[in-house]
Every structure is written in structure tokens, then in C-alpha cells.
Design a protein around this ligand. Structure first.
Ligand code: HMH
Length: 223
């Protein structure tokens, strides 16, 4: 019987919170085609702001990866750089998607839950935050979207045609493999970190799940 990974242990321990973040009513509504289009547009606007704030955070993870000296960390840089490249594509996708829905991305006011999440990203980008903690956060943020939108692409779903592209953006296999690579990085860091650092990473993991739930709530309810 193999040893259960740190992340696997967390996913079991915090299963309900994880499900709350990845099987949210907003995601269910996209999956079954009952989504309110004004909610979807609001999510699109707000997520564009989030992604812009996410980029400097990912850059901070890249910097931390570049300072890792251990031999087993030498591929991390490429995985993270690949993520940054994908984010460039993602910004363009948001612009294209926004114009398709008649949504303007200039002058969007971030809502409370978004501001709160962006402030968390800023704190996590600080040089004082350990690579293990930052890498865990990065994995968690990407994985919530991957898991949520992959759920929308399952056989029995009923996603409206014009929302399929959005689901595929994060639910496609390539993005799944990228998240698996991020998990490998985070897990390797966690395995060799101190008890204290591991605890910090777990707290951040939970903080992210809660922020994701609030982000979905905001998209559904705040208008
Ligand atoms: C709120 N979480 C949020 N937005 C995103 N685009 C992602 C995660 C994944 O990149």
C-alpha cells in the first residue's frame, strides 16, 4: 500500500470545502444550461480583473522557482513559464469572449469578493512567502477551475453551445495535465518541507477554496 500524498490527505480532510468550490450552484447552472446570462457576463468581467491580478502572482512563483537550488526543481521553471504563456493567451480570450457577449472590459469595478481574493494574491506574491506555500496556492487556484469546468464537459451535461468554449478553456485535457504538473511540484515541495511550512500551505489551500466559493457566489448573487 503506497503512502498517501499530502495533497490527497488534504482533499480527503477538506472534501466538503473542496466540493463547495468545484461543484458550486453557479457551475451546476452552466452544466445544466440554466445559467443566468447576466451572471455569466458578470463572472466574465470580474474574472478578467482576477486574471490580470493573477499574472504578477504567477511571476512571483516563477521567481521563487528560479531560486530553488535542488536538482529535482529544475523542470519547475518550464512548467510555470508555460503557465504564464497560457495566461497571455487567456487575456486575449477574455477580450474576444467579452466582445462576443457585448461586455466591455474597460472600467470594470471589482466587486468585494474579487478585491478580497486579489489582495490574497498580493500577499502570496510577497518574497517572504515560501516557494512551497506559493506553489501550493498556484496549484489550488488552477485546479478549482479545471475541476469545475471539466465537470461541465462530462457526457450527461447540457451546456449551451455558446458557453462550451468557456468550459473547454479550463476543462480541456491539456489544462488538466498542466494542473497535474503543478500538483507534482507542490507535492514534492510539501514532502520535503517542515511541519510548520506544511501547515501554512494547508491554511492557504483552505483560504483559496473559500475565496473561490465567494467568487462564484459573487457572480451569482451580487446584482
Ligand atoms: C477566480 N480562480 C478564479 N479565476 C480563474 N481564472 C482561475 C481561478 C484559474 O485561472
Amino acid at each position: 500500500v503506497g503512502k498517501v500524498s499530502v495533497i490527497e490527505t488534504w482533499l480527503r480532510k477538506h472534501r466538503l470545502v473542496y466540493i463547495g468550490a468545484t461543484r458550486h450552484p453557479f457551475i451546476h447552472s452552466i452544466r445544466d444550461g440554466t445559467v443566468d446570462l447576466s451572471s455569466f457576463k458578470l463572472w466574465l468581467e470580474q474574472d478578467y480583473i482576477f486574471v490580470r491580478a493573477f499574472i504578477p502572482f504567477v511571476a512571483s512563483v516563477l521567481i521563487k522557482a528560479s531560486k530553488e537550488s535542488s536538482a529535482d526543481a529544475c523542470d519547475d521553471l518550464e512548467v510555470i513559464l508555460g503557465g504564464m504563456v497560457a495566461l497571455n493567451d487567456e487575456l486575449n480570450w477574455f477580450k474576444k469572449e467579452a466582445s462576443k457577449w457585448g461586455v466591455s472590459l474597460s472600467n470594470v469595478t471589482p466587486k468585494k469578493a474579487n478585491l478580497k481574493y486579489c489582495r490574497l494574491l498580493e500577499r502570496l506574491a510577497s518574497p517572504e512567502v515560501e516557494y512551497t506555500v506559493a506553489a501550493t496556492a498556484f496549484w489550488a487556484i488552477e485546479t478549482v477551475y479545471q475541476d469545475s469546468f471539466a465537470h461541465c464537459l462530462e457526457e450527461d451535461s447540457n451546456v449551451p453551445e455558446d458557453l462550451k468554449e468557456t468550459c473547454k478553456r479550463w476543462g480541456n485535457d491539456g489544462f488538466g495535465q498542466y494542473c497535474a504538473a503543478l500538483q507534482t511540484i507542490a507535492e514534492r515541495c510539501l514532502e520535503k518541507s517542515s511541519e510548520d511550512e506544511r501547515k501554512k500551505a494547508e491554511v492557504v489551500f483552505l483560504d483559496i477554496l473559500e475565496n473561490e466559493v465567494e467568487f462564484w457566489n459573487m457572480s451569482q448573487k451580487d446584482h
